[in-house]
Design a protein around this ligand. Structure first.
Ligand code: GTP
Length: 235
């Protein structure tokens, strides 16, 4: 196994499947099965999931809502998605622990770094909810922060596209996919991988990012075994 401890970042929108809102049970179970496949291999797995399928803070601001208020609502949305993933995984017999950056003791543990690491060592999938617990930060930043804190070997960003392209592949036929790219090149070419806060945090801590298609069965398993899938961003 190439990557023994990973942080998997999933977008909330991905959980919608073909629905316009909320959680598609079918998609949720597909993701849970993919995660189980690497858990069964003994990979230590931490997960951060977004909340955009339920609530987006930025859009709420456009509609006149206070930005900070909207961001907190978005953080709560990530807890709902985290609980859904937790339940799906446990249904498959995968041991999990959910930790939240905002305390809600009746539902989950508070985020405690050392406890999270211990859970991973004991073979539990750890899900981090409520982002960083602060407004103005994205779930990509939360994922990066947690990945660094738990000393994950890589951050795997599961998306709908199979990597990073020189241009939008849906609009430009000549767009070419990068197999590997450096952090510097991403800056120079103005490519969008993560927001700048998250991206810079990865760069400064030399945490590699792999952007890959989470909807393709087997990708996750092949990735941790070391196959070249998606795009690897490294120093
Ligand atoms: P170790 O004993 O250290 O191996 O870990 P553990 O998670 O099994 O121990 P603990 O006794 O802390 O937790 C038992 C169960 O209670 C687990 O399912 C935890 O997720 C849950 N739990 C622990 N702390 C909290 C909390 O603050 N709130 C909620 N809702 N659940 C908690």
């Amino acid at each position: 196994m190439k990557y023994t401890r990973i942080l998997l970042k999933l977008s909330g929108e991905a959980l919608m499947g073909n629905k316009g809102f909320g959680i598609d049970q079918e998609r949720l179970m597909e993701y849970a099965r993919e995660i189980k496949s690497i858990y069964d291999q003994g990979c230590q797995v931490a997960i951060v999931i977004g909340g955009g399928n339920i609530f987006r803070g930025i859009q709420a601001e456009k509609g006149g809502m206070d930005r900070v208020h909207g961001d907190y609502m978005g953080m709560l949305a990530t807890v709902i998605n985290s609980m859904a993933i937790q339940s799906a995984l446990e249904g498959l017999g995968v041991q999990t622990r959910l930790q939240s950056a905002i305390k809600m003791e009746q539902i989950c543990e508070p985020f405690i770094r050392r406890k999270a690491v211990r859970h991973l060592e004991k073979g539990r999938v750890v899900i981090f909810g409520a982002g960083t617990g602060n407004p103005y930060f994205t779930t990509d930043t939360a994922a990066t922060l947690r990945a660094i804190e738990i000393e994950a070997k890589v951050i795997l960003k599961g998306t709908r596209v199979d990597g990073i392209y020189s241009a939008d592949p849906e609009k430009d036929k000549n767009a070419k996919k990068y197999e590997t790219i450096t952090f510097e090149e991403v800056y120079e070419k103005g490519l969008e991988v993560m927001d700048m806060t998250a991206f810079t945090l990865c760069k400064e801590n030399k945490l590699p990012i792999i952007v890959f298609d989470m909807n393709k069965k087997g990708n996750l398993k092949n990735l941790i075994e070391g196959q070249k899938i998606g795009t690897l961003v490294e120093v």
